[in-house]
Design a protein around this ligand. Structure first.
Ligand code: NI
Length: 169
């Protein structure tokens, strides 16, 4: 397993809508392992393939606390089939350092996806797990937490990100 470099804003790949992931290959299994390793190392509770430079519809999520047993989920081609309720959560993103945004999401979702072997599955998730899955699915559309802030805050963040990049941070 390897820890992959995580791309940060304003990298173009983060804005590109992803194409279907193809299950069943050795490559996709290796990518899943590496993405999980990278998520744990960050540490983060979710990671989407475009964050490691690949425009494919694949995400990994694990919202268990550090003290709990790891429970990594791998979703290929995830789609939200049903959602209900609202939950507001202060979200951060490994690709947008120094930014946290309060976002309203569905409190409970049913997500349809494929596993690494291509089996079609469905999962009901609520609260933090539901939030993390919705956040990661946003990445597959090129949507970032920055898009949920005000124009003023977005411009400020853009300027800060450019400055950080210029300084090689
Ligand atoms: Ni993110």
């Amino acid at each position: 397993m390897a820890i992959l470099p995580v791309l940060t804003f304003p990298d173009d790949v983060l804005r590109r809508p992803c194409s279907e992931a193809e299950p069943g290959t050795g490559q996709i299994r290796e990518l899943a392992d590496n993405m999980i390793e990278t998520m744990y190392a960050a540490p983060g509770i979710g990671l989407a393939a475009p964050q490691v430079g690949l425009s494919i519809r694949m995400v990994v999520v694990d919202v268990t606390a550090v003290i709990g047993e790891p429970e990594p989920h791998v979703f290929l081609n995830p789609a939200i089939a049903r959602s209900e309720g609202t939950i507001t959560f202060e979200e951060g993103c490994l690709s947008l350092p120094e930014l946290s945004v309060e976002i309203d999401r569905a409190q409970k979702i049913e997500v349809h996806f494929q596993d690494l072997d291509g089996n079609r599955k469905s999962l009901e998730a609520e609260d933090l797990l539901a939030v993390a899955i919705q956040h990661e699915i946003d990445h597959l559309e090129g949507r970032l937490i920055l898009d949920y802030t005000s124009t003023v805050r977005r411009d400020m963040y853009r300027r800060m990100a450019r400055k950080m990049r210029a300084q090689g941070l």
